[in-house]
Design a protein around this ligand. Structure first.
Ligand code: NAD
Length: 482
């Protein structure tokens, strides 16, 4: 696999359905995190470009051109996008590996998902019932579902394509116009996605894809013509967006951070746990909001688990993400490596013990790599157990009984994911009822985009994916017929 990527329009942005030169002189430099070399430089959207895209989105929405397009034709266009994504499978995977350093096999597998999401929403659009008769005492009433309006979609750099598609596909299915702003460090997949959207020939103004910096994002969320902001990223930015939306009661959906717990129950062997747990704790070099970074184990098995986890984490093959043997690549951006290293230092200062890792791998002299790092002697009040590190750093915390395990899992500002390691389905149900998180799985992290995904507490607001994902881009209306 080559370390290069050909983009059809590297200097342009996809504004209102056309490839256009950005108004500002700013560029986005794409750094390969494995080599620290620039691999591309692409046009960056300015605040002025954002304003133009929103104006065009509003014009298209007010004209009703997209929402009044017959359902079979709208569904057909979604399927065209799906097929275009399929046709670019390898290119998209290469884009992800280049811009964020995810191992080739991970990029390749994850790139199979986005076309399925477009197809799934096309099917749902055709099957969905949006007008329903309701009985009332004095006459007749109907409920209908309208598209919410102009949507601003903002995504981070850690799973950019999947997260973009999870917003774009249902918003288009609902009949909305969308301005999508990818993160500045990962514009390559966004360019390819724009090529796919372009091939579908949507009406002018319905989709803009504008890679740009935080200023472009700020211009987007504060634009009064935006009816809904759907955001994935850090809790700090989500908080800022919620404030901006509150000023005008704009609809808002937030998919934020996590500090998810894996609870190991006594019926599960240490060996089996470790084999299943390590990939779920270190996926995407830990840059995954659902990563299981707090491991809770009965005190009697704590030391045995720590020993086995450390051995398994030491065996992870770090290296060039384009090498098919590589299991973990670098962190996606330099400032993320700085942040992870700072947290490892914080953990040491707090009195936790580094069992394995804790530094940069000696055999790699460039790239933003951090060794898979395991802490024990961790108390759940420590910052490394409470704050999202977003790197390959795992904390082991002992518990004395099941009730305490649930209490520790729930003692978090976050509530995105929890996983119970056991063979006992009844135990999973028993704990799932008490766990304050949007997702609970047995022995893994599972995310099915046809089901609603989201978090409790500071992990977010609202749900994405599934029917709920479509409904989040719709407003309900009641029509009374007296
Ligand atoms: P970030 O919040 O800094 O940036 C995310 C996006 O928001 C980027 O596109 C950025 O340009 C934009 N942005 C920043 N400031 C803005 C502002 N004032 N107005 C509008 N847009 C603005 O997050 P990040 O560092 O890029 O991503 C990592 C974070 O994302 C982690 O905390 C992770 O947990 C979270 N995340 C959550 C999920 C989820 O589904 N819950 C998924 C992936 C990532």
């Amino acid at each position: 696999m080559k370390r290069t990527l050909e983009l059809a329009n590297p200097d342009a942005i996809y504004l209102a359905g056309r490839w256009t030169s950005p108004t500002g002189s700013g560029r986005l430099s794409v750094i390969d995190p494995a080599t620290e070399q620039e691999v591309a430089s692409v046009g960056s959207a300015s605040a002025q470009d954002v304003a133009q895209a929103v104006a065009s989105a509003k014009d298209s929405f007010d004209s009703r051109i997209w929402q009044d397009t017959p359902v079979p034709e709208r569904a057909r266009k979604l399927r065209v996008i799906a097929n275009e994504l399929r046709a670019r499978h390898e290119q998209l995977a290469a884009a992800l590996t280049l811009e964020m350093g995810s191992p080739w096999s991970v990029s390749f597998n994850s790139t199979a998902g986005p076309p399925r999401v477009f197809d799934w929403y096309a099917d749902l659009l055709e099957a969905d019932v949006t007008v329903e008769k309701r009985e009332r005492a004095n006459g007749e009433a109907w409920t209908t579902l309208d598209p919410v309006g102009v949507v601003a979609a903002i995504v981070p750099w850690n799973a950019p394509l999947n997260l973009s598609v999870l917003k774009l596909a249902p918003a288009l299915a609902a009949g909305c116009s969308v301005v999508l702003k990818p993160a500045p460090s990962t514009p390559l997949d966004a360019h390819l996605l724009a090529e796919c959207v372009d091939a579908a020939g949507l009406p002018e103004g319905v989709v803009s894809i504008l890679p740009g910096g935080n200023e472009a994002g700020e211009a987007l969320i504060t634009d009064p013509r935006v009816d809904k902001v759907t955001f994935t990223g850090s809790t700090a930015t989500g908080c800022r967006i919620a404030h901006a939306c509150a000023d005008r009661i704009a609809r808002v959906a937030l998919e934020l951070g996590g500090k998810s717990a894996a609870i190991l129950l006594d019926d599960m062997s240490i060996e089996e746990t470790v084999e299943r747990l390590v990939p779920s704790a270190t996926m995407q070099a830990g840059q995954a909001c659902s990563a299981l970074t707090r491991v809770l184990v009965h005190r009697s098995r704590h030391d045995a688990l720590v020993e086995a986890l450390a051995a398994r984490m030491r065996a992870i093959r770090l290296g060039d993400p384009f090498d098919p043997e590589t299991q973990m690549g670098p962190l996606a951006i330099e400032r993320q490596r700085d942040r992870v290293e700072e947290y490892i230092a914080i953990g040491r200062r707090e009195g936790a013990r580094v069992v394995t890792g804790g530094g940069r791998p000696a055999h790699l002299d460039r790239g933003f790599y951090v060794e898979p790092t395991l802490f024990d002697h961790v108390d759940n009040s420590m910052r490394i157990a409470r704050e999202e590190i977003f790197g390959p750093v795992v904390c082991v915390i002992p518990y004395d009984n099941e009730e305490q395990a649930v209490a520790i899992a729930n003692d978090s500002e976050y509530g995105l994911y929890a996983s119970v390691f056991t063979h006992d389905d009844d135990a999973v149900w028993r704990l799932a009822r008490k766990l304050r998180s949007g997702n609970v799985a047995r022995n893994a992290v599972l995310v099915d985009r046809t089901l609603p995904y989201g978090g409790y507490k500071q992990s977010g607001l609202g749900r994405e994916g599934g029917l709920e994902g479509l409904r989040s881009f719709q407003e309900q209306k009641v029509v009374y017929l007296s």
